[in-house]
Design a protein around this ligand. Structure first.
Ligand code: ADP
Ligand code: MG
Length: 222
């Protein structure tokens, strides 16, 4: 059995609103292993984004325990969470979040600027090659299809050599053909050993994963 990369016990996230408490994540136990490919499915509002944000160290738990890549992250402060997620976790979002005035290549280089590291142009070009975009490196986002934009975003997420890739509805803005491109890239990355956790409404993307977790009202129901 591969080693655990994420172990969560009795994880809860509660939002205290004036009228009510919302348990966005409600007492979830979860174990994810190296090389896993997990799809989180469930209706809007079921807690998918909240759970991904917690697993990706973007948000903290209200209660429970969480270990990510051996680090005990429960109760850690934001600056410690930043270190873990910058060093080890890649994120992909529904809206791609590319900078419109920068080329595909420059968008992939962005994390290096934030991390104050030297830009390794050859590595960035290799990553764009890996997602099938070597012929598009100098294109601006507006000159790319939706699937190509999302593949640039995936290359950008891979820039930090993450151990875990977290994707929140990555095909939510894409048609079937463009979605298929993303499925193919994820499949290839997972076959190379990357651990992938994806929230999706897309049945086809769900089926491709090795494991599906169905969420409802913040709980895993199957
Ligand atoms: N920052 C927040 N403040 C208050 N309630 C929130 C906040 N973020 C999410 N929620 C609530 O938590 C629940 C789960 O939301 P979310 O994780 O975004 O679900 P999903 O991604 O499955 O659509 C929803 O009821 C949502 O309204
Ligand atoms: Mg969501």
């Amino acid at each position: 059995m591969n080693r655990s990369v994420i172990t969560g016990k009795r994880m809860s996230k509660v939002y205290h609103l004036p009228a009510e408490d919302i348990y966005a994540v409600n007492n979830i136990d979860l174990d994810i292993h190296e090389g896993d490919y997990v799809a989180i499915m469930g209706p809007s509002g079921s807690g998918k984004t909240t759970l991904l944000d917690i697993l990706g160290c973007m948000d903290s738990l209200s209660s429970g325990e969480l270990k990510v890549l051996g680090f005990d992250v429960s109760g850690k402060k934001e600056d410690e969470l930043v270190k873990i997620r910058r060093g080890h976790i890649g994120f992909v979002f529904q809206e791609f979040l590319l900078i419109p005035t920068l080329t595909a290549l420059e968008n992939v280089e962005i994390p290096l600027h934030f991390a104050r590291k030297n830009v390794k142009r050859a590595e960035c070009i290799d990553l764009l090659g890996k997602v099938g975009l070597k012929h598009r490196i100098n294109h601006l986002p507006k000159q790319l299809s939706g699937g190509e934009k999302q593949r640039v975003a995936i290359a950008r997420a891979l820039m930090a050599s993450p151990k875990i890739l977290i994707a929140d509805e990555p095909t939510g803005n894409l048609d079937t053909k463009n979605s298929q491109e993303i499925f193919n890239v994820f499949q290839k990355l997972n076959q190379e050993g990357l651990t992938i956790i994806v929230a999706t409404h897309d049945e086809q993307l769900g089926k491709q994963a090795r494991r599906i977790l169905h969420l409802k009202d913040g709980k895993i129901c199957s």
